[in-house]
Design a protein around this ligand. Sequence first.
Ligand code: KIV
Length: 268
Amino acid sequence: MRMNKVRTLRIMKMKETNQKIVMLTAYDCFMAKTLDEAGVDIILVGDSVGMTQLGFEDTLRVTLDMMIHHCAAARRGVKSSLLVGDMPFMTYKINEDEALRNAARMVQEGGCEAVKIEGGENFARFTSRIVNAGIPVMGHIGLVPQSVHQLGGYRVQGKEEDDVIRLINDARALEEAGVFSIVIEAVPPSVGKRITESVRVPTIGIGAGPFCDGQVLVINDMLGLTDKKPPHFVKQYANLGNAAKKAVEQYMEEVRNGSFPDEAHCYE
Ligand code: KIV
């Protein structure tokens, strides 16, 4: 349990002081409160909400209004953790004014303290416009799921040296644009290490090995709250999906055989 509010400055300082940053996703008030009370540094309302909660195949159908709805719910559960919200598909790439207007809605209506946007050098100007307006931005490079069709699927990035150089340039461009941290997704550990050593801002890895300054996982994957096979890099710390199924089966049995409600669960 942590007493002090986490802010972006603290996150940046953690790299200097060699403290690992812990980030997890949450999409509703209860889960956000649970993570906040546990002492997670950053809670990300990811656009993975499209798959974990809304039954979509990918993140592309998640809209700004959907994100704001889920961010606002998480906001009501968070006291100390830094709350970051994903800017969804095409809400920050059309022009800089629109990017800023949409980021402002994430803060004002969703209660986010920072936004995350996918993309590197090509999108640095959108990032700096948002940062210059006073909204902290987290970058996201490597496997960027909103570009899944362009990438040809969810595949490991940075396999060739040219790609690694491009990723390092992306990270540097984002740092220059003013991001306070960068998510690196799905690269070999050596690439995660090289990118991490190339920038002063902290990196937060997902499937990017142990050398990043922090780690993030999708909460449904790490708690086993999914019917999909999680990616290879996920460690499942619990199987709450199975536990829920077992509890429901017991309830059904007890309702059907009349043993619930018993005396203890009835008014006098
Ligand atoms: O949407 C999301 O959950 C994310 C994390 C995987 C970093 O972007």
